[in-house]
Design a protein around this ligand. Structure first.
Ligand code: GAL
Length: 760
């Protein structure tokens, strides 16, 4: 599953920190005829013999591969003489594993074989014995499944005698590549021998946090023993105030964990900005240590008032005469009752749910007075329905299945996400789209050529109704190519038919992902070739009697921000896929500075979906790897950019911190502001960035980002946001007035963190 730009992209890899002792033995290695460089603690596997085709005899250690070509293991085979090849292929890595390797560890029972990532699926063998498999092949019972990004980290039990010490060993890797780049492409594979203490997993990133009423946080850390031996030692903890550079408390406890078991440990820590916990486990037998650190989450968003309050976008664009479903966003102690004055004919409001439904009136602008009340009072606000051709007048907000479920998405997961969006109070803040990404399509079209949902999506119309009944919007995904990025059916040659199917199902949003369409373009493609498939689908959607927001996904090629609207798009991806690390947030969000002047109502630059909460891309769910401060920056920046806000996390496991991050209506208001401006970067110096977004009515939102990893303070000149006299300052995250200021303001910002201010 490849997109053309993945071909060219330089992948950023996360360094694995493994506290292995070094060993001095000279490591003799070979890959085919070439030698492999070794580091003190690893046998690097830089080269392999390679052949296209598929023959299970190629897994045998003694198979003669001397006629095969030698490739390096960090670049697609297509860039090494096999241009354009997709399908089965094999790599054979030869490596002499010296017996001295065993003395490098206090527990010589496992050999770790790290094969980096393989595009798209692999099945790997050591000396003819299968050691692991990731993804699946077309010949497998359930068919092909790409897992191009997943790490291949296999372990071999040495007691089985599989390793041929001091002799040639062969790691044979059977690969299936669905499209685009194929085979090894990422960081260099290697072999290593873990220490006993490496079996102890102090996964601080997986810790769970529960905020207590007294302002502290209760942390539960699962300490896992991944090895079949007992782990015994002392676990030390140290709590630091990073802002003040002080240790606040420290402690130690003895722990024993049975083989392959885990232990849940609880602590109660202070919670405020800048609190860090360090864990250090000291193995009782070897004295070796395992360490982990995490920044504790802290909540800035104040709790919602019990009195009724209206939230969300003040504008909605819809095409005249098309079906409309809209959920009024409001908070306050239940039950809430809704009413609306001057609701155009053809629309009705459900007074209990706040769902407006019916048919969009004739072209024109309609001001509707919304009202919500409960036992404590009432609130009103004007909401404007603009019936016309322009959709997405404010950035789309909602949820998309990809970053959580990848290709394992199902009807049940989608319905559950929708219900949680409502039950946990996200819809009450304006999160209102539920978008299915790749993985819903059946392997074949019906007899009359229609696209249909696969076994996990038995009834698309019923799903659409389920969402619309709740006032939510229904989003779907396809590719202009023959297949999607995940290898599912695309729309090539069926554009109009697919648009009609979507309309019949009640679809309100289409993400259209270039993927395999790259094969239909010349190399390098022309602008016209890039536009053609989007133009075609844009027209097909327009022919439907629905308001379908068209989201272009071609990773920002050919300056899509300059022509996306001309092919009917309202949203366009600007970059390759985001992932949950700070470098990626910089390469997606912070890289937008040159392009934000193209942002306007109905023309949104999309730096990709949000990476907060529990993520997994179809693998086991785990918390975002962004620190709490990085997450505040991520949400602050996306709000300033007026970027589409599409959650990518598993909603049922939404934690308290993430919920607070996503339900701050003052932050959301910056994103949804009716002026529809993208922020401009006004300062980028000494690892400080200041972004300023014009808001309706003359106010400005100002984001101050500390790009360094240290807690720092600085003075921001008010000229940066165009004020020289006095101005009122408000902290959007804390929803707190900071008073009247003039000239400079002083800010204290944690490393990779942000302040989000509103200047009036
Ligand atoms: C990628 C796209 C992702 C996701 C995926 C599905 O190309 O950028 O956001 O849609 O394909 O296969």
């Amino acid at each position: 599953m490849q997109t053309p730009n993945r071909y060219m992209r330089d992948y950023t890899t996360l360094t694995l920190r493994l506290g292995f002792a070094s060993f001095a033995a000279a490591l003799l290695t070979q890959a085919g005829a070439a030698s492999t460089p070794a580091t003190a603690d690893r046998l690097m596997l830089s080269q392999a013999r390679f052949s296209t085709g598929d023959d299970m005899a190629w897994r045998a250690p003694d198979f003669d591969d001397s006629g095969w070509k030698v490739l390096n293991t960090t670049q697609y085979y297509q860039t090494q003489g096999f241009e354009g090849y997709n399908g089965y292929s094999w790599y054979r890595i030869h490596v002499v594993i010296p017996s001295s390797f065993k003395s490098s560890t206090d527990w010589p029972e496992r050999l770790r074989i790290y094969l980096s990532a393989i595009d798209d699926a692999d099945e790997s063998y050591l000396n003819g014995v299968r050691i692991g498999k990731t993804g699946s092949m077309p010949s497998d019972p359930h068919g092909y499944e790409s897992r191009w990004e997943a790490p291949r980290d296999y372990a071999v039990d040495l007691r089985t005698g599989i390793v041929r010490w001091d002799r040639d060993n062969v790691i044979a890797v059977r690969v299936y590549d669905g499209a685009g780049g194929g085979g090894f492409y990422k960081d260099m594979p290697y072999l290593t021998m873990p220490q006993r203490v490496d079996g102890l997993q102090l996964d601080a990133g997986q810790a769970r946090h529960h905020f207590l009423a007294d302002g502290r946080v209760q942390t539960t850390l699962n300490v896992r023993n991944n090895f079949p031996v007992v782990q015994r030692g002392v676990l030390q903890t140290e709590v630091r105030d990073v802002a003040k550079g002080r240790v606040l408390q420290s402690g130690a406890r003895s722990i024993t964990i049975a083989p392959e078991k885990s232990l849940a440990l609880h602590w109660t820590w202070p919670t405020r900005l800048g609190i860090q916990v360090r864990y250090r486990f000291v193995d009782a037998i070897s004295g070796r240590v395992a360490t982990a650190t995490h920044d504790l989450p802290y909540r800035l968003t104040p709790p919602d008032a019990p009195t009724p309050t209206l939230h969300g976008a003040r504008l909605l664009g819809a095409r005249p005469g098309t079906p409309l479903h809209y959920r009024i966003a409001a908070t306050g102690r239940a039950p809430l009752h809704f009413s609306a004055q001057s609701l155009p004919q053809g629309l009705t409001l459900n007074a209990d749910s706040g769902v407006i439904s019916g048919t969009t009136p004739n072209a024109g602008s309609y001001d509707v007075q919304l009202r919500v009340r409960n036992a404590l009072g009432d609130a009103t606000r004007v909401w404007t329905l603009v019936a016309g051709e322009q959709l997405a007048l404010t950035p789309p907000m909602g949820w998309n299945s990809w970053n959580a479920y990848g290709l394992n998405v199902s009807d049940a997961l989608v319905r559950n996400a929708a219900q949680v969006l409502i039950d946990k109070g996200l819809a009450a803040k304006g999160w209102n789209s539920i978008n299915i990404d790749d993985g819903w399509e059946a392997p074949a079209r019906s007899a009359n050529g229609e696209i249909v949902g696969n076994a996990r999506f038995p009834d698309m119309t019923a799903l659409g109704n389920f969402l619309h009944d709740r006032g939510l919007r229904f989003g779907i995904y396809s590719s202009p190519g023959a297949t999607t990025c995940g290898g599912y059916l695309g729309s090539l040659g069926h554009e109009l038919q697919d648009a009609a199917s979507y309309a019949r199902w009640g679809v309100d949003y289409l993400k259209y992902d270039l993927c395999s369409y790259a094969a239909n373009m010349s190399k390098p493609p022309t602008l016209e070739e890039h536009q053609r498939p989007y133009h075609l689908m844009g027209e097909a959607l327009h022919k439907q009697a629905r308001s379908i927001v068209f989201s272009l996904c071609q990773y920002g090629e050919q300056q899509v921000w300059t022509w996306g609207a001309s092919v009917g798009g309202s949203v366009w991806r600007m970059t390759g896929d985001i992932s949950d690390n700070w470098i990626s947030v910089q390469e997606t969000g912070f890289a937008q500075a040159p392009h934000t002047r193209f942002v306007a109502p109905g023309r949104w630059n999309d730096p990709d979906m949000l990476v907060v909460g529990q993520l997994g891309w179809g693998d086991a769910l785990r918390p975002s790897r962004l620190t709490p401060d990085e997450q505040y920056s991520h949400i602050s920046l996306w709000s300033l950019l007026a970027a589409p806000l599409l959650l990518g996390n598993d909603l049922p496991s939404l934690d308290e911190f993430t919920l607070s991050l996503l339900t701050n209506h003052e932050v959301i208001d910056i994103n949804q502001d009716a002026l529809g401006m993208g922020a401009q970067r006004k300062l980028n110096q000494d690892d400080w960035q200041v972004w300023v977004k014009e808001l309706e009515g003359g106010a400005k939102a100002v984001g101050v980002f500390n790009m360094s990893s240290r807690f720092r303070s600085t003075q921001i000149q008010s000229g940066l946001f165009g004020r020289d006299g006095q101005f009122q300052l408000r902290d959007a995250w804390r929803q707190k007035d900071l008073g009247v200021k003039s000239k400079n303001i002083t800010v204290n910002v944690p490393g990779h963190g942000a302040m989000l201010l509103v200047v009036k």
